[in-house]
Design a binder for this molecule. Structure first.
Ligand code: FAD
Length: 278
């Protein structure tokens, strides 16, 4: 291990042969950093169920700890129980349990099962077999009314048996510290690991951030606009800004970092090396 803090890397479930090969290549490079685990997303509404499962099994066959993301999506409890048993039989020991995003288009009326109910379901079917991570939102989930309701429902996930949490990404360390301290005051004692999104382009980041409720501070956005036509300068600025924030988070007691790798090794490696974590 790099040190006793919790470092992990997330992949988006690949959907094409080319993307599968890319994930395997990136996994091989990032394995050298000895993270605690890798995780693989579950498409909105469960749309990548088979791709997620296959990627998890492929990567874990190399000896890595790999955590599938899981949500009910549109599936029945029987289907999810079978998936859990399948993972258990394959030696998978961690999960990231989510309500999940609503699929766009025809499935948009789907009833969404909240993450606390999924955690309860997993515990009722598989006991303590899995280490369960859940999501947390230092800048408040877009559907939440207030910080109080955010913390209220986050506590329900911890009380249901979640072992730790990974946050939505943010670019303001104070949002994380305030949220963590409010959680502690509310009696939530599971580790809350900051989710880190490297900055590699402007338009994609702005689009995605507006959907998931992550704020890009004005000064950062202004710099990104300046560098929009110079990809290398933009990435160098992004590495600097995100590295500084990670250092502040670790110095301030964050229990580790979870990198959204975007299925690329370089953006994460640059931040990792700048932090001198190896
Ligand atoms: P919940 O915890 O259920 O919360 C959703 C909203 O409902 C919040 O506003 C909350 O306050 C409220 N709420 C919670 N519980 C209740 C309740 N019992 N009753 C009423 N209201 C409640 N999406 C994917 O589709 N696939 C992925 O693989 C994926 N991976 C992610 C990984 C991480 C680390 C993070 C932070 C997010 C990820 N997401 C993923 C996005 C996530 O699915 C969305 O943010 C989704 O909108 C909420 O999921 P959740 O598990 O936080 O939901």
């Amino acid at each position: 291990m790099a040190d006793s803090r919790l470092f992990s890397f997330e992949f988006s479930a690949p959907k094409t042969e080319e993307a599968i090969e890319q994930v395997k290549k990136v996994h091989a490079r990032l394995s050298d950093l000895s993270p605690h685990f890798f995780s693989v997303t579950y498409g909105a509404g469960g749309s990548t169920k088979d791709g997620t499962r296959q990627t998890v099994l492929d990567l874990s066959s190399t000896g890595s700890v790999v955590a599938p993301h899981i949500s009910f999506g549109g599936d029945t409890p029987e289907v999810i129980e079978e998936l859990l048993n399948n993972y258990k039989d394959a030696g998978i020991s961690r999960l990231v349990a989510l309500r999940g995003d609503r699929p766009s288009g025809i499935g948009s009326t789907m009833k969404m099962i909240h993450a606390n109910e999924l955690v309860e379901f997993i515990r009722s079917k598989t006991g303590d077999h899995f280490h369960i991570d859940v999501a947390a939102y230092p800048e408040v989930h877009p559907e939440s009314d207030s910080v109080d309701s955010e913390i209220h429902y986050f506590k329900k996930k911890a009380d249901a048996g979640a072992n730790s949490a990974i946050t939505q990404y943010f670019y303001n360390a104070d949002a994380y510290f305030r949220f963590r301290d409010a959680c502690t005051a509310a009696g939530i004692d599971i580790p809350i690991v900051p989710g880190i999104m490297p900055i590699t382009n402007y338009k994609g980041l702005v689009r995605f951030s507006s959907v998931c409720g992550a704020e890009i501070p004005r000064w950062i956005e202004k710099h990104l606009i300046t560098y929009e036509k110079d990809a290398e300068a933009l990435k160098a600025f992004g590495t600097d800004v995100v590295t500084d924030m990670c250092q502040r988070l670790l110095d301030g007691g964050a229990p580790g970092l979870h990198f959204y790798t975007l299925n690329q090794s370089l953006p994460t490696l640059k931040i990792w090396n700048s932090l001198a974590l190896s």
